[in-house]
Design a protein around this ligand. Structure first.
Ligand SMILES: Nc1ncnc2c1ncn2[C@@H]1O[C@H](COP(=O)(O)OP(=O)(O)O)[C@@H](O)[C@H]1O
Ligand SMILES: [Mg+2]
Length: 236
């Protein structure tokens, strides 16, 4: 097991949209250099968990500790600066800006981020398209750009919300290779995925969510013995 302290630790996280109670006590840990996957059916609260960690949902209770900082006490604009990068499902590429411009726009928050040249080594297809505007990129290129531009900022952990959604198998494969390369570099990743097969290739550990909380946790080595549970809970 992992003897280091978690880089990100979430305890008893509750979150609300107005009066609607979406998270009911989420507990999870992400250790340094781990890739952890949050699994669960549509609507169980995976995206809400990432948004609440980022501080994008302010109506929340519980504990979120990241790299020695109490995130519950930080205002939204300080969360990214604490070293957490969020790649939302909708990717948020600036449509009229080129690949180059999208890459250099997010500010560097900490030393240790990748240079644009290092990023292009990892994403040769983005290099070829460096002068193309966001609108001209395919879904897969947009997803890669959304991840790539966060890598420049020096964040210590990446929160990725369904990066493979709606992408062709060959692009999903590319994103898998990319996550493997990031893991090799020691990046810490909290990945939300519905594509369970994809997740099983990149994750060290899994959390299974149901009804706004985590209902099971297991390492990738236990995947086979957990298959019945996964089929039941995910309906796949
Ligand atoms: N902006 C919102 N306003 C109100 N309810 C929301 C909003 N976003 C999500 N929800 C609700 O919160 C619950 C969790 O949603 P979400 O975190 O998006 O689930 P998942 O990412 O696991 O599919 C769902 O019941 C969903 O309908
Ligand atoms: Mg979601």
């Amino acid at each position: 097991m992992n003897s280091a302290a978690p880089l990100l630790s979430v305890r008893g996280l509750n979150a609300w949209y107005g009066e609607s109670h979406a998270l009911h006590g989420v507990d999870l840990d992400v250790f340094p250099s781990e890739t952890v996957t949050l699994l669960g059916r549509n609507g169980v609260g995976k995206t809400t968990t990432l948004r609440a960690i980022m501080g994008l949902i302010r109506k929340r209770t519980g504990r979120i500790d990241f790299d020695g900082k109490d995130l519950m006490r930080l205002p939204l604009h300080r969360t990214a600066h604490a070293g957490i990068g969020f790649v939302p499902e909708e990717r948020g590429i600036f449509a009229t800006l080129t690949v180059d411009e999208n890459l250099i726009l997010p500010p560097v928050v900490a030393p240790g981020g990748m240079s644009v040249e290092e990023i292009f080594d990892l994403f040769p297809n983005l290099k070829e398209r460096r002068n193309s505007p966001g609108t001209k990129l395919s879904g897969g290129e947009q997803q890669m750009l959304a991840i790539a531009r966060i890598l420049r900022t020096g964040v210590k952990v990446l929160l990725l919300d369904e990066p493979t959604e709606g992408l062709a198998p060959v692009i999903v494969q590319r994103i898998g290779e990319l996550l493997a390369a990031l893991k090799k570099r020691g990046m810490t990743v909290l990945l939300v995925e519905q594509n369970f097969r994809f997740a099983s290739r990149v994750a060290d550990r899994f959390y299974l969510m149901e009804h706004g909380k985590v209902m099971a946790e297991f390492p990738v080595g236990e995947l086979n013995e957990r298959m019945t549970l996964l089929h039941d809970v995910l309906g796949v």
